[in-house]
Ligand binder design. Structure first.
Ligand SMILES: [Zn+2]
Ligand SMILES: [Zn+2]
Length: 578
């Protein structure tokens, strides 16, 4: 029997967590299973092999108990505890616990008192008004459940993964292949190279005279679970994370042609071919054929492809047919991670972060940042760990004290303030005025209609003490649609007030996205590129926002935190009032 994949093992742990929760287990145990599932799902190597080698406890959150369950599953194909819990709790009841407003306790009651055991049965019960009759539910709860069921139906069910997860796999593959003597060059191609939000597979292009050796080396990489359809042209593989990988192999003299072809986008390449045809040239992955002479030009490097067509080189992130092939195009100097001098959004243990002020400061300093705004969640965050006004005063003092202690980086006392449904903020102006940096974000009532949602955000933009709007649309890539806010109206207002708009670098946010960020910059709005880190290790997430900014054609001058704090501080909107 083939080894189970990491996602299969993770699904078992997730299901155990769900079922233990429904079974009334202590929170600690449930969280342990969920954390373990995440560690298994994200492990770049075969977890089944780690179990057999007795090394699985090296993964974060996997101890002896979970090791034993995984070993039992490998040996027998089943976990006794799972079988027992499945019998006790129907799958539909587990699904109900995922709906907003229904926890395990309520799901159990819906099952025990109304006999509901599927989502369809739940919808029918709500529509016929039977749920409102249950003590503690009522009409509002019923309406909320129906809205939750509707949202569940709309949820995108794509198999795409976010860019960081894909690049983690792709970069390991390329690094592994580059160590092989048979590999002259290896590069990531496809949409991952262009820095898109989410990808469905990864493309890798290798230059080599010895394809057989390359395919063998590819199959032996520890990130690759299985390969198929291999030949001299390459192979198709599956990473342990479940991501499909296309390996293509080409002779070194045509490496540029294949890399350009496989990087795409489709729209860019279609346009490129049309332009070439007008010059009597035919572009393909195999070279550039001159119709008049019958000669084919092979390009070892990508820039030669563009040069042969009489075009300026186009950086990969710009290849979307959004003007990069127009007459007169010259590649702009795009912003780079190294241009960023500070980070203006992160959390500590004071709200829902995992690091202390000092730990965050030291990690940011190691990344070369000159300043870091500590922006813990405000009073009404609603997910626990909120910072009351009194606590904020103490927190500001703590940030300023840490700033004295930690050398080599400037700490700014900030807050991520909630924009309430009416557009007001949940701290008083007196308090906000004492902060160095105020980012205002929407974290509740995300599904408001367009008009009130836009009014809500415009009120925050116009608040003189708001420096930046955090993750302006609230989207979660692959999981939650953007809110109905009219982003163009938001941009117009920010252009008037001088309020900065975020490109939030959390891997599943990247909000604003590339299209809106470009529109903002074109109207003179300056963006801030932030990590929204919740622990020291995720301060590197600014990288993903930089990729969005590059896809938005932004240069260093479009991004406010390429400035030192001395220059940025007087540029904050509060100084433009009056
Ligand atoms: Zn936030
Ligand atoms: Zn945040």
């Amino acid at each position: 029997m083939a080894d189970p994949t990491n996602s299969e093992l993770a699904a078992i742990l997730d299901e155990l967590g769900d079922l233990y929760e429904l079974d009334g287990a202590i929170v600690h145990r449930v969280v342990a299973y969920r954390n373990a599932a995440k560690a298994v799902r994200e492990a770049p190597v075969s977890v089944a092999r780690l179990v057999r080698d007795g090394r699985v406890t090296e993964l974060p959150g996997i101890g002896a108990t979970l090791e034993e369950k995984l070993a039992t599953y490998l040996a027998t194909g089943a976990v006794p505890a799972l079988e027992r819990l499945r019998t006790a709790h129907p799958a539909g009841v587990v699904a109900m616990t995922k709906l907003p407003g229904i926890g395990p306790r309520r799901a159990r009651r819906l099952h025990d008192e109304l006999g509901i055991d599927t989502l369809d049965a739940l919808r029918a019960a709500c529509e016929s008004g039977r749920v409102r009759g249950l003590a503690g539910f009522g009409e509002r709860a019923e309406a909320r459940i129906l809205a939750g069921l509707d949202a569940e139906d709309e949820r995108p069910r794509s198999v795409r993964v976010t860019l960081p997860a894909a690049l983690d796999v792709a970069e390991r593959i390329v690094a592994g292949l580059r160590r092989e003597p048979a590999v002259a060059r290896a590069e990531i191609a496809g949409s991952a190279r262009r820095g898109v939000d989410a990808v469905k597979d990864v493309d890798v292009v290798v230059a080599s005279e010895d394809p057989g050796a390359v395919v063998a080396a590819f199959a032996a990489l520890d990130v690759i679970a299985a390969t198929e359809a291999s030949g001299d042209g390459g192979a198709r593989g599956l990473a342990h994370t479940g991501l499909p990988v296309d390996l293509r192999i080409v002779a070194p003299e045509a490496f540029g042609n294949l890399l350009q072809h496989l990087t795409g986008s489709k729209e860019h390449n279609v346009r490129l071919r049309e332009m070439a045809v007008r010059r009597g040239l035919h572009v393909s992955e195999h070279g550039i054929l001159d119709d008049a002479t019958g000669e084919t030009t092979l390009c070892a490097d990508e820039p030669e492809v563009y040069a042969r067509l009489g075009l300026a080189y186009v950086p990969a992130e710009l290849r979307e047919d959004r003007g990069e092939l127009d007459a007169g195009f010259a590649a702009p100097a795009l912003v780079e991670l190294a241009d960023l001098r500070g980070d203006l959004h992160c959390h500590t243990v004071a709200s829902d972060g995992r690091g202390t002020i000092e730990e965050m400061a030291v990690a940011a300093r190691e990344l070369g940042r000159e300043y870091l705004a500590i922006t813990d969640h405000s009073a009404s965050h609603g997910f626990g760990n909120e910072v009351s006004p009194e606590a904020l005063v103490r927190h500001m003092a703590a940030v300023r004290a840490a700033d004295e202690r930690v050398e080599g980086i400037r700490l700014l006392a900030g807050s991520e303030v909630n924009i309430l449904p009416d557009g007001s903020l949940d701290y008083d102006d007196d308090l906000l005025a004492q902060l160095d940096w105020v980012v205002a974000s929407v974290h509740s009532s995300l599904r408001m209609e367009s008009e009130p949602m836009t009014a809500r955000l415009l009120r925050a933009v116009r608040h003189p003490l708001v420096d930046a709007i955090g993750h302006p649309t609230g989207r979660l890539i692959g999981r939650r649609r953007p809110s109905a806010v009219d982003v163009e109206a938001l941009i117009d207002a920010a252009a008037q007030t001088g309020t900065f708009l975020e490109i939030n670098g959390a891997p599943d946010r990247r909000d604003l996205d590339d299209v809106h960020a470009r529109s903002a910059a074109a109207r003179g709005v300056r963006l801030v590129i932030v990590s929204d880190a919740h622990r020291p290790a995720t301060l590197v997430n600014q990288r993903w926002a930089v990729l969005s900014a590059r896809r938005a054609w932004l240069g260093p001058a479009d991004v406010a935190n390429t400035l030192g704090w001395e220059a940025l501080e007087p540029a904050r909107p509060r100084h433009r009032v009056g």
